[in-house]
Write a protein that binds this ligand. Structure first.
Ligand code: ZN
Length: 341
């Protein structure tokens, strides 16, 4: 993993130069690669890091509304276990129905018998003269395929080559041996579609319990972000005063997103070192702030009100940084440390 750092730095540096967010982008890339490492074969780490870095940089600013609208559905796909009820229960959704229709009859029947009717692998095995282990392995492959087909339906696209599906299914299933066999590492560098879909298949694959992501669009999302941050901070042992302070700061930056940017996301994360604390990253794809220094000055307000609430949030937090690019969006990163003693 350490060997990847210089390479990731070069990629990020080549694209964003000495942008203040460069370090963040490097770190975000490494965090994602680390999270995916259990599901990809070792030879794929480097290409995966390259693809991830490109993706992290692009998503910093991309106004990908479609992706955001579909995010909750993709999130449902994150873990094979979570797929079953949520995805199949919503079978009326035409995308799921279409994805299911692309499975073979045998695959579909076994999956539905298991996930929907609750038939266990042993009884499925006895019906087909197989073993429970073989049935379970087949079900995993079917789930991996279903996730791939589902994303392809959502994207309304067909893979450009017949090498794509085997690669995507190996990635989706976290099958490292199969990834080697189909040379997924090389393919991801050559195929833009597979590079992108792989990110969605594994980049979000590991749900971390020390991190919460909340899509921000409406006033209700402000409350959700505030509560999520508060809950994380309570786990770290924040005093009730500091919980309120943190929640207030999160409210302020999130309200800015709803008012002025329209859409964005808030990520709250527990920090373990050098001290324990909670870091909040609020991103949006709004109009951006032309003069960040001025926006951080008390009393600052313009006709569009950008940056309102930022000085207040900064006072409430221990660390506070704003990166903004006019016309593209704003990232506020702020940290509150737990008071010792
Ligand atoms: Zn491909």
């Amino acid at each position: 993993m350490a060997a990847l750092i210089p390479m990731v730095r070069r990629i990020v540096g080549a694209r964003v130069g000495a942008h203040p967010a460069a370090d963040d982008l490097v770190q975000e890339t490494l965090v994602r690669v680390l999270a995916a490492s259990a599901r990809i074969e070792p030879g794929m780490l480097e290409p995966y890091a390259i693809v991830t870095a490109r993706n992290v940089i692009a998503s910093m600013w991309r106004d990908d509304d479609r992706d955001k609208r579909n995010r909750h559905r993709v999130v449902d796909l994150r873990q094979p276990a979570a797929l079953d009820e949520q995805l199949l229960a919503s079978e009326e959704q035409s995308e799921v129905a279409q994805a299911l229709a692309r499975l073979s009859n045998r695959e579909r029947e076994a999956l539905l018998a298991h996930e929907v009717s609750g038939q266990d692998t042993r009884s499925l095995a006895s019906e087909t003269g197989s073993t429970a282990g073989a049935v379970a392995a087949q079900l995993n492959r079917t789930r991996a395929r279903l996730r791939v087909e589902y994303l392809l339906v959502l994207e309304q696209t067909e893979p450009p080559s017949d090498r794509c599906r085997p690669v995507l299914i190996a990635v989706s299933g976290g099958d490292r041996r199969r990834q080697r066999e189909v040379d997924a590492a090389r393919h991801m560098l050559e195929c833009e579609l597979c590079a992108r879909l792989s990110q969605r298949l594994i980049g979000r694959g590991q749900q971390r319990d020390d991190e919460v992501r909340i899509a921000i669009r409406t006033g209700a999302d402000i409350v959700a972000a505030r509560q999520a941050a508060r809950e994380l901070a309570a786990r770290v042992g924040f005093s009730s005063t500091d919980l309120t302070i943190l929640a207030t700061a999160v409210s302020e930056v999130t309200r800015n997103i709803v008012r002025f940017a329209g859409t964005g996301e808030v990520v709250a994360e527990i920090i373990e070192g050098p001290r324990r604390g909670v870091q909040i990253v609020a991103r949006d794809t709004g109009p951006g702030i032309y003069d960040v220094e001025q926006a951080l000055t008390d009393g600052y307000s313009t006709c569009n009100g950008l940056g309102l609430g930022l000085p207040g949030a900064r006072r409430l937090m221990d660390e506070f940084a704003v990166v903004s690019e006019p016309g593209r969006g704003t990232i506020v990163t702020m940290t509150k440390w737990r008071q010792e003693g």
